[in-house]
Design a protein around this ligand. Structure first.
Ligand SMILES: C[S@@+](CC[C@H](N)C(=O)[O-])C[C@H]1O[C@@H](n2cnc3c(N)ncnc32)[C@H](O)[C@@H]1O
Length: 367
């Protein structure tokens, strides 16, 4: 067992492996804790405050030190019945220590392999935070979450989702990614679309409640609805996005026969506005700055599709000097277009102006 040290994350006391002060997880530790994932845990706390109900059963299925599951009890004020599970013996020992450190009665530690644990029980919320891709954990979670319950997933395999490893993306997510200026939004939408398709196999409809990209991972929270009609209508949110240097982005229902495209991917809303508002209303000093930044940016992202443009990409495409994102957004507003920044990158923006209209505005601005 590696040496442990005491920290406080949010308002939760934790013991974590001693490397925790450096950013990033220790490659060879038997206990996993990544301080760079604090925003992920902060946003999960805010999501629980906005959506979870007293009495819910929650499974933090791949819990590591238990930081996330334990924070849900300490920092929401809700009466949640939480199981924090990890197949590693050392992680299990640390989860028990962290439950004791916070004097919690309604949190239990579990030391089982994921599939074995979920073979005969269900929960109102299943949280999946694996190394890399969540795909091999998803199907069972969809079946074991109660009707109207929540499934939350993290994916750190951003390279395949963003188009650096096309074959891996095709195998894991049954979709074609697209490299380039909007790769992170396409990656997020491929992840969401894949979850919706997998759930539909079991006649479940998934509703994305909040999906985002941050730093080195994608994250998505879904509500599970049960029924063939709901599964069918969820599938209607799937499509393909093509990119053309003259026309820009176009959404199509069928797989394009030629050209540059990504999909199938989720073409609907990536978050529920009410949920985001309630999350922002529940902010307090325990939530770190990074999480607040992501949520505020999402809140300001007015246009869910269309897909975002990148200032540097447009500048090199049009041969103009790059302009500041804020200046361009302001100018688009002044000439009557809707426009906003995006949480994926500070150099990205969305607008209802067409690509030819954006090009004209850019050449006017750079004169
Ligand atoms: C990325 S870490 C979890 C991090 C944690 N959620 C946090 O916020 O700190 C993934 C954990 O899943 C555990 N794990 C991997 N495969 C598992 C399986 N099949 N069943 C149960 N636990 C598993 C690993 O031991 C590891 O601790």
């Amino acid at each position: 067992m590696p040496a442990l040290e005491k920290i406080v994350e949010g308002s939760t006391k934790l013991v974590v492996p001693g490397y925790a002060k450096e950013l990033g997880p220790a490659a060879k530790s038997t206990i996993f804790y990544n301080p760079a994932m604090r925003a992920n845990r902060d946003i999960t706390v805010l999501f629980a405050r906005a959506v979870a109900k007293n009495g819910w059963t929650v499974l933090d299925a791949l819990g590591g030190t238990g930081a996330k599951g334990i924070r849900l009890v300490v920092e929401t004020g809700l009466e949640l019945d939480i199981t924090v599970n990890d197949s590693s013996k050392d992680a299990f020992g640390t989860i028990k220590k962290n439950i004791r450190a916070n004097k919690l009665k309604n949190v239990r530690a579990s030391n089982q392999e994921y599939n074995a644990l979920l073979s005969n029980c269900g929960y109102d919320w299943i949280e999946i935070d694996p190394y890399g891709s969540p795909v091999r954990f998803m199907d069972l979670a969809f079946r074991r979450v109660s009707r109207n319950g929540i499934i939350s997933i993290t994916a750190t395999d951003t390279a395949p989702l963003c188009g650096t490893r096309t074959d891996t993306c095709r195998r894991r997510y049954l979709a074609r990614p697209m490299r380039g200026p909007c790769a992170h939004e396409f990656g997020l939408r491929i992840l969401v679309g894949n979850a919706v398709r997998r759930a539909a196999v079991f006649d479940f409809g998934l509703v994305p409640m909040l999906a985002y990209y941050h730093g080195h991972y994608f994250r998505a929270f879904f509500r599970k609805l049960k029924g063939v009609k709901l599964a069918n209508s969820a599938l209607e949110g799937l499509g393909y996005v093509t990119w053309d240097e003259k026309k820009g982005y176009t959404v199509t229902g069928e797989e394009p026969v030629r050209g540059t495209f990504a999909g199938p991917l989720w073409t609907g809303d990536l978050w529920d506005k009410d949920t985001v508002n309630r999350m922002l209303e529940s902010l307090d000093d325990d939530i770190g700055r990074e999480a607040v930044k992501v949520l505020r940016s999402i809140d300001g992202e007015l246009l869910q599709p269309p897909y975002y443009h990148h200032i540097d990409h447009l500048a090199s495409m049009t041969g103009t000097d790059p302009v500041g994102t804020d200046r361009l957004i302001q100018h688009l507003g002044e000439v009557g277009f809707a426009s906003s920044g995006v949480h994926y990158t500070r150099k990205g923006f969305k607008t209802n102006a067409s690509l030819p209209e954006i090009k004209t505005i850019l050449s006017e601005l750079s004169q």
